[in-house]
Design a protein around this ligand. Structure first.
Ligand SMILES: Nc1ncnc2c1ncn2[C@@H]1O[C@H](COP(=O)(O)OP(=O)(O)O)[C@@H](O)[C@H]1O
Ligand SMILES: [Mg+2]
Length: 299
């Protein structure tokens, strides 16, 4: 059984933009799948079509065998979506944001309350159930978005750029959490423009470029393309680089460090070493040439 089956999907927006140009995509049940592409490649458009926020121009889309043209409600019930931007009411309580969402899926109040407790516990927000959303930290707000997406017990969780603009500790925590969900049987589809994220978490990936899938492969195979990545690390103050020689650190300025990571090295190991050396890290991001190279090599 496939969680998602997309055939020859086309989307041309009213202004003439051809955002999706004949995409075929299959995400098997249980997979952890990435849709990887640069800004404007068409990722959000595909996700928006899946959940009925955008009407497709042509093609077929099935979610657990429910064709969205004939069985949209059944299809939608199978999907939980975490959009890129926080879109809950900041003045509502955590518990209400999640339980009211269940209502949109026609879930009876008693079960909604039970599911809300379950998902809030799962994402570690149960003790914040009565807090107003705006009082949560950024990381908690992300987890609230995930809890809300899970309250109707979807079989596939779709996350649109889940870690864009998210700080390091939180990003690593999210990876763990998503892996755990996947291990519990939830199929996961995420979009990202961070190659590293795909390498760390996903099993299979499709690379989308200008509305077309240019490559679909296991992450293992995609990795063969890639040897090294440069990361840019923003820090409060420059500390000792002792023990970090293997990462070929380059001090760019008082607050910026560049390091190199081999493809089989984990970012975690580097971060732990930096933290041990008393670095206060404010941001980490791949410098991006590697992704660029990968995209170029696919032309
Ligand atoms: N509502 C819209 N109207 C017209 N063009 C749009 C609309 N939404 C997105 N686009 C265009 O469609 C293309 C794909 O966008 P999008 O799906 O958001 O890409 P991604 O999520 O990969 O960044 C871009 O060229 C974007 O400008
Ligand atoms: Mg997008």
């Amino acid at each position: 059984m496939n969680a998602i089956e997309i055939k020859n999907l086309v989307k041309t927006y009213k202004n003439g933009t051809q955002a999706v140009k004949g995409v075929d995509l299959v995400v098997p049940q249980g997979d952890f799948f990435a849709l990887l592409g640069a800004n404007g490649a068409g990722k959000t458009t595909i996700i928006s079509i899946l959940i009925g926020l955008v009407n497709k121009t042509s093609g077929t889309v099935k979610v657990f065998d429910h064709n969205i043209d004939q069985e949209f409600d059944l299809a939608k019930r199978c999907i939980g979506v975490v959009p890129q931007e926080f879109n809950f009411n900041m003045f509502e309580k955590v518990h209400d944001i999640v339980s009211i969402q269940a209502g949109f899926f026609g879930i009876e109040r008693k079960i909604a309350v039970k599911n809300t407790e379950e998902v809030l516990k799962k994402v570690g927000l149960w003790d914040k159930k009565n807090a107003m959303a705006r009082t949560l930290s950024g990381g908690m707000k992300r987890r609230l978005m995930i809890a809300r997406a899970l309250v109707h017990k979807p079989r596939v969780l779709v996350l649109d750029e889940p870690t864009a603009g998210v700080d390091v500790q939180l990003r690593v925590g999210m990876w763990d959490y998503l892996r755990e969900l996947n291990a519990q049987g939830v199929t996961i589809l995420l979009t990202t423009h961070y190659l590293e994220e795909v390498q760390q978490m996903c099993r299979n990936a499709a690379i989308i470029k200008e509305g077309q899938i240019v490559r679909l492969d296991s992450v293992k195979n995609l990795n063969k393309f890639i040897t090294q990545e440069t990361y840019v690390i923003a820090v409060k103050t420059m500390e000792s680089l002792a023990g970090l020689e293997a990462y070929k650190p380059v001090v760019v300025d008082d607050h910026t460090l560049e390091v190199e990571l081999n493809r089989d090295e984990q970012l975690n190991g580097l971060l732990i070493k930096l933290i041990n050396n008393k670095f206060d890290i404010t941001d980490v991001h791949p410098k991006g040439q590697r992704l660029e190279k990968l995209f170029l090599s696919l032309l």
